[in-house]
Write a protein that binds this ligand. Sequence first.
Ligand code: ATP
Length: 299
Amino acid sequence: MLKIKNVTKYYGTFKAVDNLSFTVDKGEIFGLLGVNGAGKTTTFRMIMNLINPSEGSITFNGKKIDYDVTDNIGFLTEERSLLTKLTVKEQILYYGALKSLDEETILKRLDRLLKKFGIEEYKDRKINTLSKGNQQKVQFISAIINEPKLLILDEPFSGLDPINIELFKSVILELKEKGTSIIFSSHRMDHVELFCEKLVILVKGKSVLEGYLKDIKKDYKIKKIKIEGDVKITELRKIDGVINAIKTASGYEVNIKDESYVNNVFEYLKTKKNITKFVLEEPFLEEIFVSKVGEAYGK
Ligand code: ATP
């Protein structure tokens, strides 16, 4: 288990991370979320022991993270950092050796992973001749060649097309099944929502929301109702408890203060004809994120 306890990081007098605590269990996928400059990369760098926390402690399975432990960690950095004059094979041999693996093991794993990512034919090609997406695959392979127990992914999906996003996701889920603890950052809430179980939202280095995604959604009082049929948006907006109503491609979406106001909307719809859809839905993570970040900035 990864344990971050009361971690604070100053750059000079600037506090980039402020008293942050969370845990990531074995086989758990954890999302570290926040707008630009919130402190995500700083947190990852502290976990990787590339920089020291000013206060607090970081442990993995009860041990401080040092060179012994980092052999069991994989890190995909946000800025792509491949040695582009090397071939794919040379690059992975280099990274594998840094993680104390022998050549035979590295090459066996490399073949399997190249096949999985559909880039077997690039094994002996120089990295600078590959497309951006394929370079990202190579970087991802270098992060997981040691079959890490802890995998840190800083914006793993940025720049990928939807097909490759699915491919990356399936590999990440496979690692989860094998018991790897995975912590990742993303600006795309729809990606986070699809496969992260637990998360923290950072604003200016401080956690403004944390916990299991399903609890966060349950606890978030504002709910959404989807409606299809002949209704008037101006009338929807006047119903007691309705915060907002918008027209969508297929109908209407109504935000209500909390579940107790569902009945008010239902009573209104009873006065209308041709209602073909009335569904109460959990909010999207995106909405919760925007609301929490907005609150923290006093908006
Ligand atoms: P992004 O999503 O843009 O990558 P982030 O959440 O990863 O952002 P960090 O890179 O951790 O954010 O930066 C957090 C804050 O710390 C920012 O205000 C940044 O300017 C500042 N910062 C980061 N590195 C340094 C440094 N080496 N010296 C001084 N300030 C720094």
